[in-house]
Structures are given as structure tokens and as C-alpha cells.
Design a protein around this ligand. Structure first.
Ligand code: S3P
Length: 176
């Protein structure tokens, strides 16, 4: 396990779209007094275009390669809270890199995920039948998130502020 400061992020948040990784990540970072970072934002900044544009113009495979490299860079240089894009853990090399980090799986049920992603704007994987797509992604990926997680925190019917408190408590329990 990485120490709280010095080597790697204080916490790495994984979970599906709509699990609240970015919102909870920002709150958790404030609580720890560290910076929040998000690999989706890193990819967009490096490419100078949105994730939707990258998917449409260059394809998902290209996005996944950019994401793999963004995650590796952030894991190596960020010592705050790091949120990964929902599909980042599909990559085996990324899963290997996560070993030894404090990985938090923010889980979310189908109804709540659908509510939170709204119309899915800006999320290319949700184009088409949104509810069916979210269900498919949740079903396929839940075991993968669980496999890389140090702790799992359920986010259903819980305000992001309370999720952040629970994440911190869960991580502190692991460190005891
Ligand atoms: C994706 C999740 C998105 C983004 C991209 C693909 C996925 O990130 O990386 O649209 O495969 O689940 P968020 O989980 O932050 O929405």
C-alpha cells in the first residue's frame, strides 16, 4: 500500500459513469488538503479536444491508448486524489499498475446511474438506448472494478459529501 503522501495518489477512484468519481474526488481532495485530478480531463487537455470528439474522429481504440498513457502518468506523478475514466480498468496493463494503490470502487445501481448521467451528453458510449447501455456497462464491469478495489463504497441515495466521508473512513480502516 502506498503511504498517504510521497508515493502516488492518496486515493484512486474507479467506477462507472454516474458513480460520482469527479464530484467525490474533488470533495475528498478538499478533505485531505490535496489536489484532485481526473484522467478524462488530462486526455482532453493533452489532445485539445473533447472525449466525444476523440471517439468520433479517432475511434475508441485510440481513446483507450491515450487513456492508458494518461493513467500511467498520473499514477506516477500525482500525490492527491485521482479519478479514472469509467473504462480505464478494462485495460490489463492499467489494472497491473493499480496494484498497491488505494483504489476505491464507487458503486452505483442502475436507476441511480441513469438518473445521474442524464441524457448522456458528452458520453459517447451512451449514445442510443441509454438505459440499456448503462445496464450493460454496469453488468460487465462491476466484477472488474471490484477486482482492483481496496475498498468499495456504495453511492446510491447518498450525497457526494457523505460518500466522501465514507471513502475516507473506509481508507483509514484499511490503514489501521
Ligand atoms: C467511459 C467513461 C467516461 C470517459 C469515456 C468512456 C467508459 O468517463 O472516459 O466516455 O468507458 O465508461 P467517466 O466515467 O468519468 O464518465
Amino acid at each position: 500500500m502506498s503511504p498517504v503522501s510521497g508515493a502516488g495518489p492518496v486515493a484512486v477512484l474507479v467506477g462507472p459513469m454516474g458513480s460520482g468519481k469527479s464530484t467525490v474526488g474533488a470533495l475528498l481532495a478538499t478533505s485531505y488538503g490535496v489536489r484532485a485530478r481526473d484522467t478524462d480531463t488530462d486526455v482532453e487537455a493533452l489532445e485539445g479536444r473533447s472525449i466525444s470528439d476523440i471517439f468520433v474522429e479517432s475511434g475508441e481504440e485510440h481513446f483507450r491508448a491515450l487513456e492508458r498513457s494518461a493513467v500511467a502518468t498520473a499514477l506516477a506523478e500525482h500525490d492527491g486524489v485521482l479519478s479514472l475514466g469509467g473504462g480505464a480498468v478494462l485495460d490489463a496493463a492499467t489494472r497491473d499498475l493499480l496494484v498497491g494503490h488505494r483504489v476505491v470502487f464507487l458503486s452505483v445501481g442502475l436507476s441511480e446511474a441513469v438518473k445521474r448521467v442524464g441524457l448522456g451528453a458528452g458520453r459517447p458510449l451512451l449514445f442510443g438506448n441509454m438505459r440499456a447501455q448503462v445496464k450493460k456497462l454496469l453488468d460487465e464491469r462491476a466484477p472488474i472494478y471490484a477486482s482492483v478495489a481496496t475498498v468499495t463504497v456504495d453511492t446510491d441515495e447518498t450525497a457526494p459529501e457523505d460518500v466522501a466521508v465514507r471513502v475516507r473512513a473506509a481508507l483509514e480502516a484499511v490503514d489501521e
